[in-house]
Design a protein around this ligand. Structure first.
Ligand code: UT7
Length: 330
């Protein structure tokens, strides 16, 4: 059976670092509260004039992934990007990446699935490869959440950050690619995390942020509980699909929403934290970008070897959630 194999990874985050101390001057919060409740120490904030729009970050991450894979952009058949913060309402950010890469043969489109956007995109690209309608695919998760952050809301502004990650998928018949992907959605909980139709006032020290006419609203506490149960259940289901258990996993790369959510999920799955990759302390929650950034960092740090099984697991607005088991082969 043909599936997609991860042949290259890449990531890019904006230059500007916003620390918890910086946030203390913006809202009523403390470095201590943010670290204790979330694990976040700092996050990256993109700037106008620095070529750090969503599609710019995505293009930069994609170039690194293509280079690692040894694939030229002209041979891509598909570019699919998970994002809730495309540069414009339309055209898609994926089409802007296609133009920047001169990937003229590729069909390009965005997927809106909240923080689960990357895994939804991975599933679509993998299915296209499995059916033979696509050979080489570029799968991206990229966000510029600083543009849709309410900088007056301490419940959310301390959590979010910007960045992009990408993987290149090529076909394989050797059982050394994506083993299974499970996705779920439940629109009845849409109002736990959504975009409201209001403008955010941006503080002076963040004058390089370009606010959009809506911002993130979240019921964090209820979302937290839902996240832990959905993440653990879907991870178990993705593993069971291939007759695997959590003991077969070399590394879990979860969506980086909150270190306490990650720890609770790992505990439910009986996966020790040494086998869980986290970088939330550096980037906060970058929505669709968090898994491909973390996967790229784990890969470049040499944590993965051919034959290792990797568990990707995510949860986000929609609600949406998903898990994927990958046989690593780089
Ligand atoms: O990525 C997609 C999915 N996202 C998630 O799954 C996020 C899920 N939720 C969370 O990560 C957590 O719920 C939060 C980090 C958002 C909040 O942590 P919490 O432990 O659930 O805190 P809480 O909302 O129950 O608030 C506890 C207290 C409240 O004060 P009172 O009412 O006890 O006096 C909040 O007003 O903490 C207060 N608080 C803060 N204090 C200092 C909320 N935000 C802050 C803040 N600094 N930034």
């Amino acid at each position: 059976m043909t599936t997609g194999r991860i042949a290259g990874t890449g990531s890019t985050t904006p230059k500007r670092i916003l620390t918890n101390k910086d946030l203390e001057a913006i809202v009523d919060t403390t470095d201590e509260w943010i670290i204790r409740r979330t694990g976040i120490k700092e996050r990256r904030i993109s700037s106008n004039g620095e070529s750090e729009n969503t599609s710019d970050l995505a293009t930069s991450a994609s170039i690194k992934a293509l280079k690692m894979a040894g694939i030229s952009p002209e041979t891509l058949d598909m570019i699919v990007m998970g994002t809730v913060t495309p540069d414009r309402q339309f055209p898609s950010a994926a089409c802007l990446v296609q133009e920047a890469l001169k990937a003229s043969k590729a069909v390009a489109f965005d997927i809106s699935a909240g923080c689960s956007g990357f895994l939804y995109a991975l599933s679509v690209a993998n299915n296209a490869i499995a059916t033979g309608s696509c050979k080489n695919a570029l799968v991206i998760g990229a966000e510029r959440l600083s543009c849709i952050t309410n900088w007056e809301d301490r419940n959310t502004c301390v959590l979010l950050g910007d960045g992009a990650g990408a993987v290149v998928l090529t076909p394989t018949t050797n059982n050394d690619g994506i083993l299974s992907t499970q996705l779920e959605s439940d629109g009845s909980f849409w109002d736990l995390l959504y975009s409201s139709k209001e403008f955010s006032k941006v503080p002076e020290i963040l004058d390089t942020v370009e606010p959009k006419p809506f911002y993130v609203k979240m019921e964090g506490n209820r979302l937290f509980k839902k996240a832990v149960s959905c993440l653990a259940d879907i991870a178990e289901s993705a593993l069971a699909h291939h007759g695997l258990t959590s003991a077969d996993i070399k590394l879990m790369v979860p969506h980086q929403a909150n270190l306490r959510i990650i720890r609770a999920t790992a505990e439910k799955l009986a996966i020790p934290m040494e086998k869980v990759y986290t970088n939330i302390e550096k980037y906060g929650n970058t929505s669709s970008a968090s898994i491909p950034i973390a996967l790229d960092e784990a890969n470049r740090e040499g944590l993965l070897k051919p034959g290792d099984r990797v568990l990707l697991v995510t949860f986000g607005a929609g609600l949406t959630w998903g898990a994927s088991v990958v046989n690593w082969s780089m």
